[in-house]
Design a protein. Structure first.
Length: 87
């Protein structure tokens, strides 16, 4: 029993020394993040026209979802028709 206790303590010493030596060394000096220059005018996104509104984007999203659903429905109808013809 005594031997197991001594072995257990001996196994905990190396990680402890590693932690202590890691904390003792000086940390490298980190420089700040580099400054990001502003975009040139030709790379900037133009301002949206006054005609556009957030509802236009929502309507387009709804239309795309409807188109996707129609495509999925027609594809599933075709695959079920092909399956019935094969039997």
């Amino acid at each position: 029993m005594l031997r197991t206790n001594v072995t257990g303590r001996a196994l905990t010493l190396p990680p402890l020394f590693l932690l202590l030596t890691a904390c003792a060394s000086k940390s490298p000096c980190l420089s700040g993040a580099p400054a990001i220059p502003p975009l040139p005018p030709e790379a900037r996104q133009p301002a949206p026209p006054s005609v556009c509104s957030p509802t236009c984007s929502a309507a387009l999203t709804t239309a795309r979802a409807n188109w996707r659903n129609m495509l999925i429905a027609s594809a599933s109808q075709r695959s079920s028709a092909n399956a019935t013809m094969a039997h």
